[in-house]
Design a protein around this ligand. Structure first.
Ligand code: 3PY
Ligand code: MG
Length: 262
């Protein structure tokens, strides 16, 4: 069990991902040819439940695309089930307090870091992978390789960000700029000083605690800016946005010829 995304990021590499919303194993497989490092299967906003998510994870594994899952809420079943079906990392929306982050660690990490419920699930080969035969080795491997990444996307989370980022078991922070900007009273105004200060504060909290930093943007120029600023990773747009834009630009290019009635 190895997390290629973690390996890349802790060795100083940058990574790029996208939110997966389209659905279907074939769509995941196709993304394996794009150069993306990871996808985040979005069960917060996307239509997927745990059973279909498992198929999407398998398809990502086939193409060595790292499958993270954005779980739908801060709850033990959401954490446990998504890890047990093979998510190698969880992005958790709307975490606001240190207590919530502590609960997440308890549910997501095995003893002695947390109290994850014991099960030799997919990543353990249902108990047939060598590393899972010894319980302590199994726990240590899962705790090391599984990324737990709360999202900072509310004012309350921002107020607590240093303590949340510093928690043992929290591997990184993912900034949700849309919700965070709403929380700051400046919806989608990403160039406002108050927004930029918030981003800088979260990034510093990550660096000070030696944790990974992720941010979402739909804009490739902003993505480059965030990477230059020091973020470890940007999650760029959603697959559905690329899908529509790609086909639409081809259709527009043909339809825009003069003289034909469509
Ligand atoms: C946000 O911007 O709120 C996110 O959660 C990223 O998609
Ligand atoms: Mg959000």
């Amino acid at each position: 069990m190895k997390n290629n995304l973690k390996e890349k990021l802790v060795s100083g590499g940058k990574a790029i991902g996208t939110f997966f919303e389209v659905g279907g194993e074939t769509a995941v497989e196709g993304l394996g040819y794009t150069g993306l490092d990871y996808i985040i299967i979005d069960t917060e906003h996307g239509p997927f439940e745990v059973e279909s998510t498992m198929g999407l994870i398998r398809a990502a594994e086939l193409k060595e695309l790292v499958p993270l899952v954005r779980i739908k809420d801060v709850s033990r079943p959401s954490v446990l089930k998504n890890l047990d079906i093979g998510a190698i990392g969880l992005v958790v929306p709307c975490v606001e307090t240190v207590e919530e982050a502590k609960s997440l660690v308890e549910w997501a990490k095995y003893y002695p870091v947390g109290k994850r419920g014991f099960f030799t699930a997919r990543k353990a080969g249902f108990g047939y992978e060598d590393f899972s035969r010894n319980v302590m080795e199994y726990f240590k491997t899962c705790n090391r390789e599984t990324l737990l990444i709360p999202q900072c996307e509310t004012k309350r989370c921002l107020d607590n960000i240093e303590a949340i980022a510093a928690l043992e078991g929290v591997d990184g922070i993912f900034i949700g700029p849309y919700d965070l900007s709403v929380g700051l009273g400046i919806p989608a105004q990403f160039n406002e000083p108050v927004f930029k200060e918030a981003i800088a504060r979260i990034l510093k909290a990550c660096k000070d605690s030696n944790k990974l930093s992720f941010i979402f943007t739909a804009d490739p120029a902003m993505a480059i800016g965030y990477l230059e600023q020091g973020f470890d990773s940007v999650t760029i747009s959603t697959d559905i946005a690329f899908y529509i834009a790609g086909i639409k630009s081809m259709v527009d290019g043909i339809k825009n010829q003069e003289g034909w009635k469509w």
